[in-house]
Design a protein around this ligand. Sequence first.
Ligand code: GLN
Ligand code: ZN
Length: 743
Amino acid sequence: MSFGQSTVLGYPRIGPNRELKKAVEAYWAGRVSSEELETTAKTLRAEVWQTLRDARLDAIPSNTFSYYDQVLDTAVAVGAIPDRFERLGLSDLDTYFAMARGVDEEPALELTKWFDTNYHYLVPEIDEETIFRARPEKALREYAEAAALGITTRPVLVGPATFLLLAKGVSPFDRLGELTDAYGEILGLLADAGVEWVQLDEPAYVTDRTAGEIDALRAVYHRLAGLERRPKIFVATYFGELGDALPALLDTPIEALGLDLVAGPGNLARLTAAGPLGGKTIVAGLVDGHNIWRTDLRAAATTGATVAGLADHVAVSTSCSLLHVPVDLSVEKNLDPDLYARLAFARQKVDEVVLLGKALRDGTASLPAPLPPTPASWRNTSVRDRLAALTPADRQRGSYDERAAAQQQRLGLPDLATTTIGSFPQTAELRKARAELRTGTLDEAGYAARMRNEVEQVIRLQERLGLDVLVHGEPERNDMVQYFGDQLDGFATTHLGWVQSYGSRCVRPPIIYGDVARKAPMTVEMSAYAQSLTAKPVKGMLTGPVTILAWSFVRNDQPRADTADQVALALRNETVDLEAAGIKVIQVDEPALRETLPLRKADQKAYLDWAVGSFRLATSGVADDTQVHTHLCYSEFGEVITAIDALDADVTSIEASRSKMEVLDDLAAIGYSRGVGPGVWDIHSPRVPSQDEVVDAVRRAVSAVPARRLWVNPDCGLKTRGYAEVEASLKHLVAAAAEVRGS
Ligand code: GLN
Ligand code: ZN
């Protein structure tokens, strides 16, 4: 059977209203049984397949449902359940959730970002004890479930090479031969069940790979495609250009190869250069699965036609799984009609794929006309003029030495100054206040009063604890990007635009659709109020331009660098206003600086240049004696480490407690010589560190960085912690700083 004309690489599994999240969390809380959970899941799966069938999609994927994560599902399908979980003796479902979330006696698998998306997968653990086995029960069950509805599907699994490249352990990739055997068995079992096509995802090959890794990929697919009893094999790749892996895969007898022609336009040239395609189907990823804009169908059809000129068979697809976009635009009732007309969520993207598939066969006559130009009201000429007039001086502060002297004179801070990263616990009362504001039981004034009350308590607590630089605690922010998006021109908020981030956690990224501008000060009133309560300096708290972009859906009609600079200009205005309101220390958080690093090394410098430039634009409008802090949520900087220096912040706080301060040596090695606050308390765990432990951490830090430049702070914000832990831990932190200072 041929592949068909149109397909998607995957579809959101959370349900139109986050039904899966609610069901899974109810199961975790013991409110519903595993049978009830499974019933909900089955209904959601059936709805997806029926939706895709009713949309007249030719080739429908299955096994894209997951209770938590598709990489974890694949680990289970190949028997890679670490012994430490197997040993717990739990049911299959609870073993699965134990790997995903941990249990009292065993921490979970590590959670890491999935390529350049905001989705997080669980990192498989492979060790000598791992014995790969074919366990494709889930894929078989879902195939049969769909078949019972009269729907033929194509089971999807992460491919063996990518699976091992993402795994951790002692040289997991050396186990590729054994793992390929297990996949061979899986393919046999799928064939026995009547499966005609299987999709194996190999996105790891759009990142830089060695010649050896590419040879190994070729060998895997020679072997799998050489099996007698197997479904037809579709190898899907996405998020970028395949490079040398493209001819390598074409070299194998697989039946279909998927290419991302949105994030990897160069795949087309590579395909053209590859020569005869040997009867393979090319699955052309023409509809962006990673962003929410409608496709320019005519342009996409032209690309599709080019591919059709090269291959015997072409199918149209999304560029990647639709997992990364919200489910359905049609439920959004409050969006500006001009914006609505330009958007496509998962359900709408399926229609686009189907239309493009038809156009390939019947010509482009029936394709809708392209959209008219964007409305003039989305443009902001004053922002554009300001951007055009920027010079390098607008991204440059005075020399660090002079700044440091001026700041010390003004702030008079001790060595080993203590501070926190910004948020204090988001309590049940705060969440209740937000809910009441939403439902109207609490008015704006009442809400503001509660927030001010919270700020006052947080300030009093910090004074009692004896911290040196205080924060207001961020009670008014449910999300560090949404909070700013809600207040800036050019941003829109959806009602149900949820996207899975990890497990049951979903986020609702704002949409940046037009020129960004600040309507009015966003944080000044709250910061000034906090400052009015104390003689100690209170940090102003902003989210940086790179992070705001990283956690939003971003317009694609201009370079991201320009959008980042527009955001930066709005933040620059805010810093200047904070300064005028008496704020002496301003922190601009950039936790996403590293996560949006391009997948290929060749693209990284250009990114870092504009990312660093935008941060500097946002932060260089203030006087020398205003101290700029930044916060980055991690400590493994790799090659990004020089960018940390280039940000030119006066103080950089980073995660360090779990990595034992090693990052300080890395910073020293590149000559970083400004303030640094390596986290001395791991806030990701509810554990309260003892004073001695914190003293140890501070001493280690002091051995790498002079005390004058060293700050003592937690790893990250405290919003997920409870007050009991926060108070006890901060007490130890302040006492530890004093102890080391005095010794
Ligand atoms: N200021 C933020 C907070 O404390 C920083 C959060 C983050 O780095 N992700 O919550
Ligand atoms: Zn952080």
